[in-house]
Design a protein around this ligand. Structure first.
Ligand code: AMP
Length: 212
């Protein structure tokens, strides 16, 4: 059983690096952002409740996110563990994990400067079909606007990656999520990783820290 968590501001590369760990550990990535976007797209009750928060770069209320995570980790593919990506994001959410009797093995905190985060988020585009993520400058698709992996087009910008929403998400991160760095540091679970530079280098830093 392996339970990992990726912690860091929006644009730090949590999702990208979590995907690398999926292969290394053969456990699923559980991204609350992806689950919420799917709920919104499918028009579920949860999606309808979450949408206004997400579209404004605000955190979705804890009870909605916690309920969704409980259901997700009960699925069979999570029986040997998982990599949380974007959860927990508040003290309440981390306490909910404790109450469920779930102990994380490692919390991987990815550190990236604010100007770099903004550059990354503003240029981020993703494929609506297969969810592959690109960057207009740093990781452009071979054919502009078309997904290399599945050929779908156009590539889309997330509504919350618009500049004013980015600011709001960074404020939410600083107020609600950043305090978790100290919280998990005190528990002795924290692995701090420099998230700047080539994603392949960041991957190596994480692997060497985890001893994989
Ligand atoms: P992300 O893809 O992780 O950047 O998440 C996108 C949006 O989904 C966030 O800006 C929040 O509105 C919402 N969200 C994702 N994870 C959480 C969470 N753990 N708690 C509250 N809201 C979340």
């Amino acid at each position: 059983m392996k339970r990992l968590m990726m912690l860091g501001p929006p644009g730090a590369g949590k999702g990208t690096q979590a995907q690398q760990l999926v292969e290394a550990f053969q456990i699923p990535q559980i991204s609350t952002g992806d689950l919420l976007r799917a709920a919104k797209r499918d028009g579920t009750d949860l999606g309808k409740l979450a949408a206004p928060y997400m579209d404004n770069g605000r955190l979705v209320p804890d009870e909605l996110v916690i309920g969704m995570v409980k259901e997700r980790i009960a699925l069979p593919d999570a029986k040997n563990g998982y990599i949380f990506d974007g959860f927990p994001r508040t003290r309440n959410q981390s306490e909910a994990l404790d109450e469920m009797g779930i102990a994380l093995d490692h919390v991987i905190s990815i550190d990236v400067s604010e100007p770099e985060l903004i550059r990354r988020l503003e240029g981020r585009r993703s494929c609506k079909e297969c969810k592959a993520v690109y960057h207009l400058v740093f990781a452009a698709p071979k054919v502009a606007g078309t997904c290399d992996r599945c050929g779908s087009s156009p590539l889309l910008q997330r509504p919350d990656d618009m500049p004013v929403k980015i600011k709001q998400r960074l404020v939410e991160y600083a107020e609600e999520t950043e305090p978790l760095i100290d919280f998990y540091g005190e528990k002795g679970l924290l692995i701090q990783i420099d998230g700047e530079g080539d994603p392949k280098e960041v991957k190596k830093r994480i692997q060497s820290a985890l001893g994989t």
